[in-house]
Design a binder for this molecule. Structure first.
Ligand SMILES: Cc1cc2nc3c(=O)[nH]c(=O)nc-3n(C[C@H](O)[C@H](O)[C@H](O)COP(=O)(O)O)c2cc1C
Length: 421
């Protein structure tokens, strides 16, 4: 079995497509728990959903039997991913408002799992400022969206509001469910191969150590885990990966070329030596300053308290992203912030000319530095996409796929530009 989806089917004409989605998910070996809203049951029958899923359908918040078997809170967390398809205007509004007035909204409020919504509604309902407000609020809450698409509607109108096709939804779900991609339920690699075939991905990870003298140094709390997980995810997508790593205590991942460095200047030199690359991801926590007057030997206590003269280190992200020649197609930076996370990351994106900044809150209460989980916001020229809290491996898998798509899109538009000129 390749994960479990809790599928909430809302009350819209497109509900029939969700039956097809159940079939496609099952064919991939993904378990489906169907949850129908009261309105959803007017469009498809619980019997059809149960028969296709091969599982009991949930539809009642106050079902005594369900509460005894699996409480509503447990239900909200038993799946790896919650999919709402179709997400009606009403369901989006209720979820955006944080209501828990029925089983679907209670589950959405109680869950700690990622949520993917597939809106479906009339073109004017979709374009209404209230729905757009709800969409923005849900996105800010970390909900992911697939569609809607433009086309002819059941109501006879044409425009934006058609639910994404089941195949498109399946792909979005596979993107969000690590460990899937299996055809016919057979064991498969954790990630689809080939998305980065032929690409060279250069990644920096870990802290830097800036010497004070022959034995002491300035460091930071970076564990290198996020960068190492990214390197593995890129390798699994078929890339040739070079990992320039500061001092960490992590095992060397298989199939990845590691270049160990200590200082920021060594890291920059190693990065320069490894260019050109298709994608560069600067996930290392590089020290902003180094000690200009570091002693060659060990400083002695008897010599008195030393005065450290700090000078700025080279900015690796800005140096590479600003290159006129030989710049990687996609340059991604990380922004570890403790305050105004998104605003600071936006400024960083512009100032450093990066294509994308992955911002994370590293204030002590978030337990990100050194911890196993991360909450990230993706900042690009197009806007901000906030992801729910996930372990660092999942962040890496999603992020690498995202960067792979950016790389492919950039290559495609470059090819189109060349064909035009
Ligand atoms: C024939 C019919 C079709 C409908 N289609 C949609 C639709 O496509 N999208 C939508 O947002 N609402 C649609 N509605 C309205 C919803 O069913 C209604 O808002 C309902 O309260 C949604 O409940 P739910 O969000 O709990 O599923 C439709 C209603 C009817 C009677």
């Amino acid at each position: 079995m390749n994960g479990r989806v809790l599928l909430i089917i809302g009350g819209g004409i497109a509900a029939y497509k969700s039956l097809e989605l159940i079939r496609l998910l099952k064919r991939k070996g993904i378990a489906v728990t169907p949850l129908l809203t009261k309105a959803g049951e007017r469009f498809v029958t619980p019997m059809s959903a149960a028969a296709l899923a091969g599982e009991k359908v949930h539809d009642d918040l106050f079902s005594l039997t369900d509460e005894v078997e699996m409480g509503h809170i447990e239900l909200s967390r038993a799946a790896d991913l919650i999919v709402v398809a179709p997400a009606t205007a009403d369901l989006m509004a209720r979820a955006a408002a944080g209501l828990a007035s029925d089983l679907a909204t209670t589950v959405l409020l109680a869950t700690d799992k990622p949520v993917l919504m597939a809106p479906a509604m009339n073109v004017r309902m979709w374009g209404h400022p209230a729905t757009q407000r709800n969409l923005e609020r849900l996105k800010a809450d970390g909900v992911h969206f697939a569609g809607p698409e433009e086309g002819d509607m059941a109501c006879g109108e044409h425009g934006m509001g058609r639910m994404a096709e089941p195949q498109t939804l399946l792909e979005a779900i596979l993107d969000m469910l690590p460990g899937t991609g299996a055809e016919n339920g057979t064991a498969a690699p954790a990630l689809p191969e080939g998305l980065l075939s032929g690409a060279k991905v250069l990644i920096t990870a870990g802290p830097t150590h800036e010497p004070l003298d022959a034995v002491r140094y300035i460091a930071n709390r970076s564990s290198g885990r996020q960068g190492y997980a990214l390197a593995e995810a890129a390798r699994d997508l078929g890339a040739r990966v070079v990992l320039v790593s500061g001092p960490v205590s992590l095992p060397v991942p298989e199939g990845i070329e590691i270049i160990p460095v200590e200082t920021a200047r060594e890291m920059l030199q190693a990065v320069r030596d490894e260019l050109p690359a298709d994608i560069a991801v600067f996930a290392a926590a590089v020290a902003d300053w180094r000690v200009e007057n570091a002693a060659a030997g060990k400083m002695k206590k008897e010599q008195g308290t030393p005065r450290l003269n700090l000078v700025p280190n080279p900015d690796i992200l800005a140096t590479v992203a600003g290159m006129e020649k030989g710049r990687p197609t996609i340059v991604a930076g990380f922004a570890a912030e403790t305050d105004d996370v998104i605003d600071n990351a936006r400024r960083k994106l512009q100032a450093k000319k990066a294509d994308i900044i992955v911002a994370n809150d590293v204030s002590p209460q978030q337990d990100v530095f050194g911890g196993a989980e991360n909450t990230v916001h993706l900042i690009t020229a197009q806007g901000v996409d906030s992801w729910p809290r996930m372990d660092k491996q999942r962040v890496a898998e999603h992020l690498m796929r995202h960067l792979a798509r950016m790389w492919r899109d950039a290559k495609r538009s470059r090819a189109a530009e060349q064909a035009d000129s």
